[in-house]
Write a protein that binds this ligand. Structure first.
Ligand code: GAL
Length: 662
C-alpha cells in the first residue's frame, strides 16, 4: 500500500537525504512524491535540462526502499520563462497577474503549453529508465489560490473557437443565448467577449453581471482549458512510459469539472487539510470530500497530501492533537483511499510556506507526530487487505454536477442559497445515520436512494435515465430549484418544477426567497429560512405542509409513486434535525439499514466488516459486537478519543499490491 510523504530534495543539502530516507524507512514509508515546483532546478535556462539532482535523490531514497511519484513542475514557471514569454493570466479587471508565487500561467497560452509539454516530455524520457519512479503527477492543484478563469486575449480567441464549434453559426448562438436582450447580439464569433467586469457590477460586490449563457459557457470553457492543458502533459509523458498518471485534486473545489479532469488520468489523488489557517472542517465535510474524489472515477484514490502538522501561510491552524493524524488517515482509507502520503516530510525554514509544518519540525527531530504515523504504518501492514482494492457498499448517492455548481453561483436565487451547502446538508444527514453515501454522477441502479438536490441545470437525457431508475423501483429525492433550467442556462417555460414535474407529480404554484421564516409540519417539523415552493399535488401525496404565511396548509414536502419507485420533492430548506429525520424516513422506506452511533462517530460498512471512527475528543461506548481486526480480540464497545476500530464479521482475506490495486 502507498504510504509516504511529500519530499522536496532540492530544499535540503544532499548530505541530509540519506538521513531523511532512513527516518522514512523507519516510519514505514515506501514512497515519496517529488519534483512539483522544481522547474528552476530541472531547466535553469531555456532548453538546458538537468535532471541530475532529482535522479540522485530518487536513487538515494530507493536505497532505503523508498520509491517515487514524480511530478511535472509546471505550477511554478521560472523567471526566464515569464521574462521571455507572456504567459501570465489576466483577471476580470484586465490586470496582469504578477510572477512571484506560483500558478500564474494561463492554460491557453501557447508558450506556456509548449514549454510545459517540453519539460514533461524531457522528464518522462529521462526517468522512464528509472524503475524507482512508479507513477506520475501532472502539475499541482489546478486552480489553487488563483482563478481557473483567465481573461486574456488568448483565452478570448480560444473561447470564440470553442463556441463556434459548439453553436455552428453566430445566429444560432444569438438565438440560444437570447442576446436580443439589451442589444447584445454578436455579428460574428470574432466579436465574442469574455465575462469581464462591466457596468452592472457593483464595486465591492461580486455579481455575475453578464448574459447567464455566456457566464456558464465561459466556466465550461475555462474548465475544458485545464482539462486540455493536463492532457497535453499526460500525452507527453505517455510517449515514454506507461506508468500510471494522476493529478492532485482539491476535494470540494469546484471551478473545474473534476469528472472531466479525471477522465484522462489513471487514478485520482487529492490533498486533504482538515484543520488549517482557514478553519477546521466538520468530519462529515471531510468524508464528503473523500467521497467526491472517489466518485470521480468510481474508483479508489490516493491522498497525496495529508495534513501532518499545524499549517497556514501567515498564521497557523491548530496542531493535530494526539490521535488525530491516525484518525484522519483511517478516515481517508475508509472512504475509498487506497494509499496516503503526508505533506510534508519536514518543515522548511525559508519560503512562503515556513509555517506549513510537516511530520518533522524545523529541527528535524522525530517527535509525537512522527511516532503516531509510524504506529499507524505498523497497523496498516496488518489491515492492508481490508483497505487496498476494497470498496464500500453504497446505499445512497448524492448527485453533484459542476454545471449546477456554476449555474447556482451565477444566479443564486436567494441571498443565503448555496448549492454546496444544500448538497452537504443531505450528505451530513446520511452520514449521521451511518448510511454509506457516494457522491457522483451517471449511473443510478446501484443505489437505493438517489438525491438530486438543487439539480437546476438539466440534461434531458439524464432525466430520462433517472425516470427509468424510478420506474424500476428506485427512490429519487429532489428539491426546490431543481429542473428549472436547460443546458444553456435559460429557464424552461413549462410549469415548475419543469423537468421534474411529471416525476414528482406536482406543480409549484408559487415560490419565494424567504424574508420571514416559514414553518412546516407533517412527517417533520422545521423552519425554512432560505426558500419555499408552494406545491400543488397532482398525483403526489402530501408529507408536510406550511403552518404560517398566506400559503398556510399548502404542501411543502410530497412523495409521488412513479412506476415501481418513489419521488420525494422537498420544497424548502430544512434545519439539521428535520433533515436527519426526513432522510431517516426516506431511507427506512427504501429498505436502507441505518446504524445509530453516538454523535461524532462514523461507522462505514464494507463486506464482512465495518470501520468505526470517533472524531470526539472524549471516549465513547458503542454497543456493537464483533472481532477487532486491530488486536484480534473481541470488540469491547469502547472507543478512545479520536479512536479507530475495524470490526469483522468474517475472516475474508484479500491480496493487494500498491498502485495497481488502489
Ligand atoms: C497544497 C499544495 C502544496 C502546498 C500545500 C500547503 O495546496 O499542493 O504544494 O502548497 O497546499 O499550502
Amino acid at each position: 500500500m502507498i504510504f509516504g510523504a511529500c519530499y522536496y530534495p532540492e530544499h535540503w543539502e544532499k548530505s541530509e537525504w540519506r538521513k531523511h530516507a532512513k527516518l522514512m524507512r523507519e516510519a514505514g514509508f515506501n514512497i515519496i512524491r517529488a519534483g512539483d515546483f522544481a522547474w528552476g532546478i530541472m531547466e535553469p535556462k531555456e532548453d538546458e535540462f538537468d535532471f541530475f539532482l532529482l535522479e540522485e535523490a530518487v536513487n538515494t531514497l530507493a536505497e532505503e526502499g523508498i520509491q517515487t511519484v514524480l511530478c511535472t513542475p509546471t505550477a511554478a514557471p521560472p523567471k526566464w520563462l515569464v521574462n521571455k514569454y507572456d504567459i501570465l493570466q489576466r483577471d476580470r479587471y484586465g490586470r496582469r497577474e504578477n510572477w512571484g508565487s506560483r500558478r500564474e500561467g494561463c492554460a491557453n497560452s501557447k508558450d506556456y503549453q509548449r514549454r510545459s509539454v517540453l519539460i514533461a516530455e524531457k522528464m518522462a524520457e529521462h526517468f522512464s529508465r528509472n524503475q524507482n519512479v512508479i507513477a506520475w503527477q501532472v502539475d499541482n492543484e489546478f486552480g489553487c489560490h488563483i482563478s481557473t478563469r483567465c481573461y486574456c486575449e488568448n483565452c478570448r480567441k480560444e473561447f470564440s473557437k470553442w463556441l463556434e464549434k459548439k453553436y455552428g453559426t453566430i445566429e444560432n448562438l444569438n438565438k440560444t443565448w437570447g442576446t436580443v436582450f439589451w442589444s447584445l447580439q454578436y455579428d460574428s464569433f470574432d466579436d465574442i467577449i469574455l465575462p469581464v467586469y462591466n457596468s452592472c457590477e457593483p464595486e465591492h460586490e461580486q455579481l455575475w453581471s453578464h448574459n447567464p449563457s455566456l457566464d456558464l459557457e465561459y466556466r465550461r470553457f475555462a474548465s475544458d482549458s485545464w482539462v486540455k492543458y493536463q492532457k497535453l502533459q499526460a500525452d507527453a509523458i505517455r510517449k515514454y512510459t506507461d506508468k500510471p498518471i494522476t493529478h492532485n485534486f482539491m476535494g470540494h473545489f469546484s471551478d473545474i469539472d473534476y469528472y472531466n479532469l479525471a477522465k484522462d488520468l489513471d487514478f485520482v489523488s487529492w490533498d486533504n487539510y482538515p484543520d488549517n489557517q482557514w478553519g477546521s472542517s466538520e468530519y462529515a465535510y471531510v468524508s464528503m470530500a473523500h467521497e467526491t474524489m472517489r466518485g470521480l472515477k468510481n474508483k479508489n484514490f490516493i491522498v497525496v497530501e495529508e495534513q501532518s502538522g499545524p499549517c497556514g501561510w501567515d498564521i497557523m491552524g491548530a496542531t493535530p492533537e494526539p490521535g488525530q493524524l491516525r484518525l484522519w488517515t483511517y478516515q481517508a482509507l475508509a472512504h475509498g483511499g487506497g494509499g496516503i502520503m503526508y505533506f510534508r516530510f519536514k518543515a522548511l525554514p525559508y519560503g512562503m510556506e515556513q509555517y506549513w509544518y510537516g511530520i518533522l519540525d524545523h529541527d528535524g527531530i522525530p517527535r509525537r507526530r512522527y511516532y503516531e504515523i509510524q504506529k499507524t504504518a505498523g497497523e496498516l501492514k496488518q489491515l492492508e487487505p481490508y483497505i487496498v482494492g476494497r470498496k464500500n457498499q453504497y446505499d445512497a448517492l448524492i448527485v453533484k454536477t459542476y454545471d449546477n455548481v456554476w449555474a447556482h453561483e451565477i444566479k443564486r436565487h436567494a441571498g443565503e442559497f448555496n448549492y454546496a451547502g444544500l448538497l452537504y446538508s443531505y450528505y451530513k444527514a446520511n452520514a449521521r445515520l451511518n448510511i454509506n453515501t457516494a457522491v457522483s454522477i451517471g449511473s443510478y441502479e446501484d443505489y437505493k436512494v438517489v438525491y438530486m438536490p438543487g439539480y437546476n441545470v438539466v440534461d434531458l437525457k439524464e432525466i430520462e435515465k433517472i425516470a427509468e431508475y424510478v420506474k424500476n423501483g428506485g427512490t429519487l429525492v429532489t428539491t426546490f430549484r431543481s429542473g428549472t433550467r436547460d443546458g444553456y442556462n435559460n429557464i424552461f417555460t413549462s410549469t415548475l418544477p419543469c423537468a421534474f414535474a411529471e416525476l414528482a407529480g406536482i406543480e409549484v404554484e408559487e415560490f419565494s426567497a424567504i424574508r420571514k421564516t416559514a414553518y412546516i409540519a407533517g412527517i417533520v417539523e422545521s423552519k425554512a429560512n432560505i426558500w419555499c415552493d408552494v406545491i400543488k399535488p397532482v398525483t403526489a401525496e402530501v408529507l408536510c405542509t406550511y403552518t404560517n404565511h398566506y400559503f398556510k396548509d399548502k404542501a411543502a414536502v410530497t412523495v409521488n409513486s412513479y412506476g415501481r419507485g418513489k419521488v420525494y420533492y422537498i420544497g424548502c430548506d430544512l434545519e439539521e434535525p428535520a433533515m436527519e429525520k426526513l432522510v431517516d424516513y426516506i431511507s427506512s422506506r427504501a429498505g436502507i439499514e441505518r446504524t445509530a452511533a453516538p454523535a461524532g462517530v462514523e461507522f462505514i460498512k464494507r463486506e464482512g466488516f465495518g470501520i468505526l471512527l470517533n472524531y470526539n475528543d472524549y471516549a465513547v461506548h458503542i454497543p456493537m459486537k464483533g472481532k477487532s481486526l486491530l488486536n484480534g480480540g473481541d470488540f469491547t464497545g469502547n472507543l478512545e478519543r479520536y479512536g479507530v476500530e475495524f470490526i469483522s464479521w468474517d475472516n475474508e482475506e484479500n491480496t493487494c499490491n500498491m498502485i495497481q490495486n488502489i
